[in-house]
Ligand binder design. Structure first.
Ligand SMILES: NC(=O)c1ccc[n+]([C@@H]2O[C@H](COP(=O)([O-])OP(=O)(O)OC[C@H]3O[C@@H](n4cnc5c(N)ncnc54)[C@H](O)[C@@H]3O)[C@@H](O)[C@H]2O)c1
Length: 367
């Protein structure tokens, strides 16, 4: 692959998340936004693209862009989940590096096909689990060892998605098209928990009640679930995930990483992870470490020390991810989230879905 000094990047899919990637590409010193691709079916979308990026060419199809002769080094794939394989196949034919939004694909077989595109051609490919670049996650990863052996984790992602979110684009609440909170949101957390604690071995999930009036019938999506997790390391976990409850306990409100979602004023309001270890407990996003280091005898009769971890939490994950993508394309860094990592997250999600269907614990398939 020939790499020019500023990498030429196309963002494919200009819906909810595409504009954030496009902004990150535009602001990154190592990249420039060479084109946007989207059918631009609504006037509003076209207007947004023209206003945000007036000098960037817009194409209705990827094929149209490729026929235009514009040089492209890398693509950020922000199209609906069920289209990722097709888009990746077209990009691979043209030797274009890829950052594919999560989930890599709603279908594990398709996810493996996507991974092979990179393996067979050597084309750089990373999966957009951008939370691996979130400063709260990086601080957690840096300090987790201070908890000793992690015996258990208690995790939660609870909030209420608004009606307009589902009305904007119907695939988000279509089971067939890979929508729903399990595919769209839980996948982030299961990726993060595996990033922090290693592979999940087994899951048991029970479904929470559905409440949305129009979420019925065969294509209805799960609105929430309670999970029990067993990690290969021996760590056990519990997880509550729901997108139909009013709650501050979720990654977005806790870290403020999504500009559309207001950050909790105090970290403690929305603790979403607690890691319980033999030497201490770390809670996130308040980044508080409870420990008894220095005690003659640790245990319930000794005082608990409460330490606030001093971490720089200013970094913007999408910006850091684009910088990383550029470095991966130049061969300066190894992918922080490989297709295998994306597949591992999907396999965990697959096990959750099977467990919900069968009401039985399900082993997570090996890659
Ligand atoms: N990392 C994150 O936090 C995050 C957040 C939201 C969505 N996502 C992921 O990003 C992807 C897009 O999600 P979204 O919510 O932005 O979806 P969206 O429906 O809002 O936008 C998708 C866009 O892709 C366009 N599109 C569809 N098929 C296309 C094709 N073949 N070529 C070009 N454009 C095409 C549509 O017109 C639409 O504008 C999904 O994979 C989703 O899971 C990630």
């Amino acid at each position: 692959m020939t790499i020019t000094s500023s990498l030429s990047i196309v963002v494919i899919g200009f819906g909810l998340i595409g504009p954030r990637h496009a902004q990150a590409v535009d602001e990154c010193p190592q990249t420039h936004l060479a084109a946007l691709v989207d059918p631009f079916k609504t006037h509003e979308k076209r207007h947004t693209a023209r206003t945000m990026f007036p000098s960037v060419p817009h194409f209705r199809t990827l094929e149209g862009l490729l026929a235009s002769g514009i040089h492209i080094d890398g693509a950020i794939v922000c199209t609906p989940n069920h289209t990722h394989l097709h888009v990746a196949q077209v990009l691979a034919k043209h030797n274009i590096a890829m950052l594919i939004e999560k989930p890599i694909s709603p279908d594990v077989e398709d996810a493996v096909k996507i991974k092979r595109l990179s393996e067979d051609t050597g084309i750089p490919m990373i999966i957009g689990h951008h939370r691996r670049f979130n400063p709260y996650v990086l601080a957690t990863r840096d300090h987790l060892h201070r908890c000793g052996k992690i015996i258990a984790v208690d995790a939660v992602w609870c909030l209420q998605k608004c009606e307009s979110y589902f009305k904007q684009t119907p695939w988000r609440c279509s089971k067939k098209m890979g929508g729903g909170v399990i595919n769209l949101n839980l996948v982030h957390d299961l990726d993060l928990l595996q990033y922090l604690l290693g592979p999940i071995k087994c899951v048991y999930a029970t479904e929470c009640e559905k409440t949305r009036d129009d979420n019925t019938g065969e294509d209805a999506v799960v609105e929430g679930a309670v999970l029990t997790l067993t990690f290969q390391s021996g760590t056990r976990g519990s997880f509550i995930v729901c997108d139909n409850v009013i709650s501050p306990a979720n990654f977005e409100m806790g870290t403020g990483e999504n500009p559309l979602i207001e950050k909790n004023s105090q970290g403690i309001d929305g603790v979403f992870y607690r890691f319980f270890g033999t030497r201490g407990t770390l809670s996130v996003p308040d980044l508080t470490l409870f420990h008894q280091d220095g005690s003659k005898e640790t245990g319930w009769w000794s005082p608990m020390h409460k330490e606030s971890i001093d971490a720089d939490v200013e970094g913007v994950p999408f910006a850091l991810q684009v910088e990383h993508f550029a470095k991966v394309m130049k061969g300066e860094e190894e992918p922080r989230c490989t297709p295998d990592d994306g597949i591992r997250a999907m396999l965990a999600i697959d096990a959750v879905v099977k467990s919900l269907e069968t009401d039985m614990p399900v082993k997570v398939a090996a890659i």
